[in-house]
Design a protein around this ligand. Structure first.
Ligand code: SF4
Length: 713
């Protein structure tokens, strides 16, 4: 039998199957360590620098190990790619056929029961577009997002439902998860009838879970894995329990996701939907019992209890701040906190009334879901603020109450240890320099072995890190316009192929407006691709195909953007990605660390920013053939002591503050010919003499903090 050295080596089966495959010792090293961990069911943490080929480095040992492996990814895109492309390809190359299953969150599958209840002509179709809590489906497909009418889309789903085998709604043409029909034809943990459902034998969720239990390799996503781990799923069996080992790719997302799963969240929509169902089932219950039955009185008391919940919710709504945003409950005053208690009590009363039914009617079954609500509300209402932060988020039409624990390490570790399987955490961004403790500490994995595998890319040769001088402090109202003014000649020198990463939506909009106003004086030299103006995947596809475009994105574009080759040759980072201390969750964590003797900046804000920056910088070099420049505009990178820590976290790029050097490097690696435009002619000083380069950038308006914007620590 071939060993790993043969498989990953020159002339091995991977190279035979893939003409572009390059043998890399880094990939072999990772595969060997993963193979050992799978054999001994170890828990290990592996950082594999960009270009290692970590996917194959865990897929090969997973296929060879002969045990059951579950692979969890952070995105559905990677999940689909593993299932339909990488795993079949590696299995064929190795000659090791395996049973492979893909399992998504339940909100991705058609619910036959709910579709049938809508009726053949859509009789029960409502205009309620409320998405359910915890929905994990995300589609970045090109779709008409609700432009197709409810009735037309429903008819399309009904036709498709007769032939689909997997029931994955991604198969329905033009349907996105934001279409109003989506929540009406899918189930949630709350409204699924589980084993009591009349459609259980052909339920797509149940079938997908059964197939997963029979497979050698199951591909899930982190939401599903954590739901199983936190025992929040019900009725379909324990996928985790059947695995010998679990590989978590994109594992840098786990600490934040696990914090959400170990907390609690109750939205007004979840309550309203549940009450609506209780009303419907109560009416149906009454219609099926004799008029003189004692149960009639009981149902009347249930309906009264429902009214009690509605009242408590209305009172709470009326006391919420009028403006949208997220607010810490601890700072919201006694009255609002008392109203949260009242809501919790009213839901508890309802649960008691439903449990008095003592039958297995659909109405009585709703008691279980009301019980879940009671548990969540109770945790939110009674948490000691030292253990976590409780917040209320207000939107124009709804609110949600949440609880985020400060420290999940002990609970996460004990859940891991309670499963007798191996755990392999891997990502390109888990360490700061050689130090993994920020990641391992948050998950209780400080005792687990770690391995850092450096990228095989030649960063000093392939890239340059330019730290321009003279920009104002990020708090300055002129900051964004100064960033754009700095960016314009660099973009011209590169002839496009640029991406600007912002730290807030506000800065993104300002940046886009400034670029448009500069480039509107003549025909725009570069096509702009702005986050939010098209679905993400379409935006990225068109940016890749254009080859000379300028892509603008914020938080979610700092990771997962994979543009190989010349289409991305310049990455400009507007500002250091410190989480905003104005976010109540961030503020509460900072306060908690300080109150418990920690150093919030050193132990939380700085490592988080360093990992996010590493992610952003990682967008540039994606292959051995790539060349490019990263520009970090934020003057704090050089002006503050912590800049050294941030620099140390980045790949070994050559740094410079010299603008001429940066321009030379950028021009040297710009494409020779640009199909879209030929905008740049350098003047004697080497400065591009385009309208764009000469444009004076209008003042930006003052910024306000948002998701990831720094008020200078
Ligand atoms: S078991 Fe749940 S998801 Fe499946 S058809 Fe029934 S209600 Fe829908």
């Amino acid at each position: 039998m071939l060993d790993l050295e043969d498989i990953f080596g020159p002339g091995g089966p991977l190279q035979s199957a893939l003409p572009d495959f390059k043998s890399r010792w880094q990939q072999l090293r990772m595969a060997q360590r993963v193979a050992t961990a799978l054999e001994h069911r170890e828990t290990i943490v592996v950082e594999a620098g960009t270009g290692t080929g970590k996917t194959f480095a865990y897929l090969v040992p997973a296929l060879l190990c002969g045990s059951r492996v579950l692979i969890s990814t952070g995105t559905r895109t990677l999940q689909d790619q593993l299932f339909s492309k990488d795993l079949p390809l590696v299995a064929a190359a190795l000659g090791r056929p395996a049973r492979i299953a893909l399992l998504k969150g339940r909100t991705n599958y058609l619910c036959r029961y709910r579709l049938a209840r809508i009726g053949p002509g859509g009789e029960q179709l409502t205009l309620d577009t409320a998405a359910s809590d915890g929905a994990t489906a995300t589609t970045d497909t090109d779709s008409d997002d609700g432009a197709t009418s409810l009735g037309t889309m429903l008819a399309r789903i009904q036709r498709w439902s007769r032939t689909t085998r997997q029931g994955d709604l991604a198969e329905v043409r033009g349907l996105s998860d934001s279409h109003p029909v989506w929540p009406q034809v899918t189930s949630t943990r709350d409204n699924c009838l589980g084993n009591k459902c009349p459609e259980i034998s052909r339920c797509h969720v149940a079938v997908a879970r059964r197939e997963a239990l029979d497979a050698d390799i199951v591909i899930v996503n982190h939401h599903l894995l954590l739901a199983d781990l936190a025992l929040k799923e019900d009725g379909f069996g324990d996928i985790l329990g059947a695995a010998d080992s679990i590989i978590l790719d994109e594992a840098h997302q786990i600490p934040d996701l696990a914090t959400q799963f170990f907390g609690a969240n109750v939205s007004s929509r979840r309550i309203e939907n549940l009450l609506k169902e209780i009303h419907t089932e109560a009416a149906s219950y009454l219609a099926h019992i004799p008029s003189d039955s004692d149960a009639g009185e009981l149902v009347a008391s249930i309906v009264a209890a429902v009214r009690g919940v509605e009242q408590a919710q209305q009172q709470l709504s009326a006391s919420l701040p009028a403006r949208t945003g997220r607010f810490p409950l601890a700072e919201m005053g006694v009255q609002l906190n008392a109203q949260v208690d009242d809501l919790a009590h009213s839901v508890q009363t309802l649960e008691g009334k439903l449990s008095d039914l003592r039958d297995d009617s659909p109405l009585a079954q709703l008691g279980e879901r009301v019980g879940d609500l009671v548990l969540s509300l109770d945790r939110i209402a009674n948490l000691d603020d030292i253990e976590g932060v409780r917040a209320v988020e207000v939107t124009p039409r709804s609110f949600s109450l949440s609880l985020m624990p400060f420290d999940i390490s002990a609970r996460f570790l004990s859940l891991l240890q309670s499963r007798r399987c191996g755990w392999i955490f891997t990502s390109a961004t888990l360490s700061l320099g050689e130090d993994f403790t920020h990641f391992t500490g948050r998950l209780g994995l400080v005792e687990s072995p770690t391995l850092k595998i450096d990228s095989p890319f030649d960063y000093p040769r392939q890239s340059l890190l330019y730290l321009p001088a003279g920009l104002p402090e990020p708090a300055s109202p002129k900051y964004v316009s100064a960033v754009i003014e700095t960016a314009l000649p660099l973009i011209d020198a590169a002839r496009g192929g640029a991406c600007i990463l912002f730290t807030s939506h506000r800065a993104l909009s300002q940046g886009a407006a400034l670029l448009r106003s500069c480039w509107s004086r003549e025909e725009s030299p570069y096509k702009l691709f702005v986050q939010g103006e098209a679905p993400r995947e379409r935006l990225l596809k068109e940016f890749r195909e254009d080859g000379n475009g300028v892509l603008l994105g914020t938080t979610s574009f700092w990771e997962g953007v994979d543009v190989k080759g010349e289409a991305l040759r310049l990455v400009i980072i507007e500002k250091l990605p410190f989480a905003s201390p104005d976010d109540p969750l961030v503020k509460a964590r900072i306060d908690h660390l300080q109150a418990t003797g920690g150093n919030a900046f050193r132990d939380y804000q700085l490592p988080e920013a360093a990992l996010a920056l590493k992610q952003g910088v990682g967008r540039l070099i994606r292959s051995e053939e790539d060349y490019g420049t990263v520009v970090i505009c934020d003057p704090r990178m050089m002006g503050r002591g912590y800049g050294k820590v941030l620099l140390a976290a980045l790949p070994a790029m050559s740094p410079t503050r010299d603008r001429d050097e940066a321009m030379r490097f950028i021009r040297k690696h710009a494409p020779r010919s640009v199909a879209a435009s030929e905008p740049v002619a350098a003047d004697a000083s080497g400065t591009p003499a385009t309208a764009a380069a000469d444009a004076s950038v209008p003042d930006a308006t003052a910024q306000s903090p948002s998701a990831r914007t720094a008020t200078a620590p």
